[in-house]
Design a protein around this ligand. Structure first.
Ligand SMILES: Nc1ncnc2c1ncn2[C@@H]1O[C@H](COP(=O)(O)OP(=O)(O)O)[C@@H](O)[C@H]1O
Ligand SMILES: [Mg+2]
Length: 592
């Protein structure tokens, strides 16, 4: 009673409440496959019932053997064998259904995690290392799916087996039944105490495994740097340290599990010896037959094993709910989805007239960081090329990410609207994203061919369009010299190309979409000045009035820009003119 009261209190506060929420989340996936789950629970239950009937049949088989009742022996033997066969067949069938549900649930969970990761607001996504995300979508998803198909039937079968064997023993001998149940209160109390500790260990294990995966992932991505900087031995040693940490955490958990298991098993063993002793005593007294003795021993074994299986479901459920909690952490992060949508007319107008981008007194700070800039004002109109300059860390990339809707500013107004239609501000819905082309600071080529990479931006692009985009990005010459031309393979992150070639391919991919807004973040930093100028001039000549904002360090290209802003020291100012130009900018902002 005390124990039950304890559990109730624990459910209301702390880890059991969390477990309950996580278990409900897992239940959501099971509900999707109600019919299949019900069917395989049915099969499992039949299996469990047959197990019990088998035990009873063996009693009668032995008793009839003792009494030499040949006819009964044959009948029981036939029943006995059919039970056995049926058990094997249901086993095969449940195996197949279990695999099907397991794979469906794991796919569902992975789809949900993958989609959530793609939707998480970029600032919150930084809370996770990519290795950690890999671990969650792999191991945690597998643990949860495994628990869905493993734990539920196991629970139901064991409960059935437990109550069934208990009732049968009770029917023949109630003292035996009470003895068989002796371990229950001990195990309950101990398991209650263990839950919290087990959860802590489990979380630690998961974190250790995520840390290890993150370390591996980071090392493999940066393998070139590790070699170039002569850091092989440093990283090898660190790897050993990481493995050592993982080993220690795993062994801690293992020790804890062994202790728990030992305790439970010894309790079970004592109980089964008690039962055995009692059965022998009753047989000796002549109260029971040999058959009943065999039945008792079988059932007592079943009772013990079903009870310890039920107890061992506690660690499994802790492991499953811990993994569920880690997946929920991803799924519950704020997304960058947009509640509002643009009307078709606004988007059409933006494509036709071009887009004005304006920042008016915009301030921005990272969630985990200081203020990047305050009261920034920027204006970019169709046909204009605007440059953002400033020292590294000044806030240029941050500013472009605000324009892309990836980061949300805290103060001021961001205007993105069709030329001369300031009242039709565009929100960042999925369709509006097609108005943007962006070349990020880090290379972002995908595995596949060059054509595949360009077709990511425009799936129906013809070879001619691909060629035109490559020409504009000054990439056609080197691409056409490759043996397979535009069908040449791009290895992981474009490692078979030079930085400059990667940048030109990325620019070509941005240009093929023919979007009215083009944002280039140090997109030409690895190119020589002439090539850079050539590409920027090509962009300026694009028909349809592109609004282009680029960040650069090169003074040489500033000459072809319509306006230059300096992003530095928390400010964003019109370059050169400083404060004297500010009123002009305000006027221009008013006008468009
Ligand atoms: N995710 C982030 N969280 C916190 N601070 C950040 C983050 N990204 C960038 N910063 C900080 O914001 C400032 C501006 O960075 P960034 O926009 O990348 O500069 P730039 O592109 O001009 O080199 C830097 O001080 C940088 O440390
Ligand atoms: Mg930058």
């Amino acid at each position: 009673m005390v124990n039950l009261f304890n559990i109730k209190r624990k459910i209301q506060d702390g880890s059991l409440k969390e477990m309950w929420i996580e278990a409900k989340w897992i239940l959501g996936y099971i509900k999707r496959y109600k019919a299949q789950v019900a069917f395989y629970i049915f099969l499992f239950s039949i299996g469990a019932i047959f197990g019990l009937l088998n035990a009873v049949a063996s009693k009668y088989l032995i008793d009839s053997l003792a009494n030499r009742q040949i006819k009964v022996i044959v009948t029981i033997a036939v029943i006995y064998i059919s039970f056995g066969l049926f058990e094997i067949l249901t086993g095969a069938l449940t195996n197949r259904i279990t695999s099907k549900i397991d794979l469906r649930v794991i796919n569902d969970i992975r789809i949900d995690i993958y989609d959530s990761i793609l939707n998480i607001d970029s600032e919150h996504l930084m809370d996770f290392h990519s290795g950690d995300l890999l671990n969650r979508i792999n191991s945690d998803a597998r643990t949860v799916a495994g628990s869905v198909v493993g734990m539920i039937p196991s629970f139901i079968t064991r409960v059935l087996q437990f109550t069934g064997s208990f009732i049968i023993i009770m029917y023949f001998d109630y003292v035996m039944a009470i003895l068989a149940l002796a371990s229950a209160p001990v195990s309950m109390i101990v398991s209650d105490l263990l839950v919290k500790k087990m959860r802590k260990h489990n979380k630690k294990m998961r974190e250790a495994s995520s840390k290890l995966m993150s370390y591996h992932e980071e090392s493999f991505v940066n393998i070139a740097a590790i070699k170039a900087l002569g850091l092989k031995s440093v990283f090898t040693n660190r790897h050993k340290e990481q493995l050592e940490n993982f080993k220690t955490t795993s062994l801690d958990y293992n020790k804890f599990s062994i202790h728990t298991h030992l305790f439970m098993s010894i309790t079970g063993l004592i109980v089964s010896y008690l039962c055995f002793g009692w059965a022998v005593f009753r047989l000796y007294q002549g109260f029971i037959t040999f058959g009943t003795m065999v039945l008792f021993l079988q059932l007592a074994g079943m009772l013990r094993s079903s009870f310890s299986s039920l107890i061992s479901l506690i660690p499994s459920s802790i492991s499953a709910t811990t993994s569920a909690g880690r997946i929920m952490e991803i799924i519950e992060k704020p997304t960058d989805d947009c509640d509002a949508t643009n009307d078709e007319q606004t988007l059409k107008s933006a494509r036709k007239r071009g887009v004005v981008i304006s920042l008016e007194d915009v301030s921005f700070s990272y969630r985990k960081g200081k203020k990047v800039f305050e009261d920034a004002c920027i204006l970019a109109r169709p046909g204009e090329t605007i440059a953002l300059v400033g020292p590294s860390g000044g806030g240029k990339t941050t500013l472009l990410k605000i324009l892309l809707g990836q980061l949300k500013h805290q103060k001021g107004r961001l205007g993105i609207y069709p030329f001369n239609e300031k009242h039709k501000n565009i929100v960042f819905d999925d369709k509006a994203r097609l108005l943007f082309s962006y070349v990020p600071q880090d290379n972002m080529l995908f595995s596949g061919t060059i054509a595949d990479n360009l077709r990511l931006a425009k799936p129906d692009a013809t070879e001619e369009e691909i060629k035109d985009a490559l020409v504009m990005a000054d990439a056609y010459d080197f691409v056409s010299n490759l043996p397979d031309g535009i069908n040449s393979n791009v290895e992981e992150r474009g490692k078979n190309f030079s930085e400059g070639q990667i940048q030109r391919l990325s620019i070509a991919r941005a240009l093929i979409r023919k979007a009215p807004i083009l944002l280039l973040d140090e997109a030409t930093s690895s190119l020589d000045v002439d090539t850079e100028r050539k590409i920027l001039m090509n962009i300026k000549r694009i028909k349809g009035e592109v609004t282009c904002i680029l960040t650069t360090h090169r003074p040489s290209v500033l000459g072809i820009c319509d306006r230059v802003y300096r992003v530095s020291g928390g400010k964003c100012t019109l370059f050169g003119g400083g404060e004297s130009l500010e009123p002009d900018l305000q006027d221009v902002l008013e006008a468009y």
